[in-house]
Each structure stands twice: as C-alpha cells, then as structure tokens.
Design a protein around this ligand. Structure first.
Ligand SMILES: [Zn+2]
Length: 356
C-alpha cells in the first residue's frame, strides 16, 4: 500500500485547463517588478519514513501552488486535507507587479499543480515556471491550471485595440474577475476538475466539497446583493480598474479612475479632472486598493467632501479579508458605511452621461 503523496513524476495526464488564452504576451508587456515577496515555507508533505502515518491520516495528496491567496483559499475549501497549498502572493501586492524570486521557483518546483488566473494577469508567472524547470507545469502541461476558463470577461478590447496606448495590462480583458463571487463558482469548478484529475481517488470528496462551496458562494452573493440593493446606482471613483465585476454584481457605478490608464500613475492634471468628474456626477467615494496611493485617493475625495476607502482587491490584502467569502463581506460593508457617511447612500436623482 502506498501513501497517497506522489511526486509529479508519477502523475497521470490531466490537470491542464486549455482556454488557450493564458501566457499570451500583450503588446509591450513587461514584468514590472516592484514588490518583493516573502513566502511561508512550503507545506511539508509525507516523508518516506512516514508512509503509514500518511495513509492512516489521509495526508495531503496533491501539492498545489497558486499565484494568489484567493486561488489558494478556494483550493483549500475544495481540497481540504487532500491538498498541500502554497501561494506565491501574500495578499497586499499588486498582481500586476510581483517579482519572481528564486524562492518562489523552488516552491513551484515542488508542485503537482500550478493554478493561475490566465490571460495576462500574472505576467511574472512565466519567469517562475521557467526557473522551476518542470515541464508538466508549463503551459500545455498536465499540471498547468488556468482557472479563467468559462469566465465571461469584461472590457475585452476589440481586435487590434489592445495597444500600449491603452495601458500595458488587461490586454485580453479585465483580469479581476474573482471579485464577483459568482465567478468564484466557475473558478471553483475548474479547480475541482483539476484536483479530480490529479487525484482520482478523492474525486468524490472534491466534488462534494465543491458543491458545498458553490452553495455557500451563491448564498453569499444573494445575501450581499440584497444588502446593497438600497444603494443601487450609487457612484464611486476607483483607483485601478480592479472593480467592474464587483461593482456590477452589487449594482454600483464607477464614474472615473484615478489611474489615467490601467497601471499608469496619475499626474496632477488627471487628479484635478477626477475631482471635476466627482463634482459633476455628485460622487463622494473613492475606492483604492491596498497597494495604491491612499494619499492620491484622499486628495481627490476630500476636495469634494468625500472619503477614500481601502477595499481588499485580493484575499489577505487586508487582515479583515482573510478568506474569499470574508473579502466580500468586508468590502460590501465598508463601502456601504462610506456611502452612508458621505450622504450618497441613496440612488442619485440626476443621471450622468452614459446612464440608461
Ligand atoms: Zn488590473
């Protein structure tokens, strides 16, 4: 009898979700390394000398490395004790600006599955995979799992429209799709399928846990949609174009962005233009990510008597958002408080350009 832990060399085919969209380099794309990450030590799998213990305790079978804490949390909820999980990102970083480090490469090298967002979300991931030198984790390999399969993307550029002039990120559509909890249901499905292929012995357990996870997310989405219904149509300004999935799900409207283009820092003139937009549209709340400049956001918000609020763009970006579900609870309640505090709690009466 063998321990369920295996090296990747013993893995059977499967795990790769095609989609065909991942790893395409956008025009002018570059890995804009800025933030250094530290990682927790990789989870310890079953040592050879502990085979009996491993079997008796049903220890982890599949070693998973995810790019983000959100993907790690979803994998944990579905995989339970049958997976060892590590995430490259810790949470507060900008997904567009993570530095691929040798320690990350070692982490990936130990993985059976590499789970990522696809598209051009993690421009640093190809460097990690190259450094890990593990063929099955490369695009097209059995262990490369692109969870964007099945997601209806927003802001997909028309053919020929994706150029550096539009910013050098989001070249295939907006990558922040996990900020709609119902997209978490789709991502969970992709992860479940990958886990089943990687560890067929626990397929039933993965499926059962997935069904519970999906039910929890649908309940959460329904509950928070009811919570935000009184604020339908309320307007906000966003810092980065992180929030279209979140705002659409909960009935809110972004009227401007602090970044002039995705990934581009604002100058004084653009900040002044944002203030004008807020005045013209009777908007009082600015949403800023954990890694972006709160002072820039506040400089705009305070000039119209409003507030800048930091929301969790990623699981563990803020301590209050330490699971995928808590991220939504925290963001919705924080946003509602800001809308209430700035007198923008109710649907504005004056339409803005573009309103139906
Ligand atoms: Zn982005």
């Amino acid at each position: 009898m063998h321990c369920s832990f295996t090296s990747s060399g013993g893995r059977r085919a499967a795990g790769f979700s095609p989609g065909g969209r991942a790893w395409l380099q956008p025009p002018g794309a570059a890995v804009r390394a800025r933030l250094g990450n530290t990682i927790r030590p990789a989870a310890v799998g079953c040592a050879v000398g502990a085979l009996a213990l491993c079997v008796s305790q049903g220890r982890a079978a599949v070693r998973v490395v995810t790019t983000t804490p959100a993907l790690a949390d979803i994998t944990r909820q579905i995989g339970g004790d049958f997976v060892d999980i590590d995430s490259v990102m810790r949470g507060p970083e900008d997904i567009h600006n993570v530095q691929a480090k040798p320690s990350h490469m070692m982490m990936v090298k130990r993985a059976d599955l590499f789970i990522h967002s696809g598209l051009d979300a993690e421009l640093w991931a190809p460097l990690l995979l190259k450094g890990a030198r593990k063929r099955e984790l490369l695009p097209g390999g059995d262990g490369n799992v692109d969870v964007s399969r099945g997601i209806t993307l927003k802001e997909v550029p028309r053919r020929g429209e994706a150029t550096r002039a539009l910013g050098d990120i989001h070249a295939y559509g907006n990558i922040h799709y996990l900020l709609d909890p119902l997209n978490g249901v789709i991502v969970g499905r992709n992860i479940t399928d990958a886990l089943k292929r990687a560890d067929p012995a626990h397929a039933e357990a993965f499926e059962a846990r997935y069904q519970e996870f999906a039910a929890r997310l649908r309940d959460l989405a329904g509950r928070l949609e009811a919570r935000t219904k009184p604020y339908a149509g309320a307007r906000v300004v966003v810092y980065h174009r992180t929030w279209p999935y979140f705002l659409d799900r909960f009935g809110l409207v972004a009227v401007d962005e602090i970044e002039p283009k995705p990934g581009v820092s604002p100058g004084p003139q653009h900040l002044a233009d944002c203030v004008e937009t807020m005045r013209a549209t009777d908007t009082r709340v600015v949403i800023v990510e954990s890694f972006n400049s709160l002072s820039n956001a506040e400089s705009v918000a305070t000039r119209v008597g409003g507030q800048a609020v930091v929301l969790a763009q990623e699981v563990k970006a803020l301590s209050q958002a330490d699971t995928y579900e808590k991220l939504f609870e925290y963001n919705v309640e924080t946003l509602i408080r800001a809308l209430e505090a700035t007198g923008k709690a109710k649907t504005p009466s004056t339409p803005v350009a573009g309103d139906p």
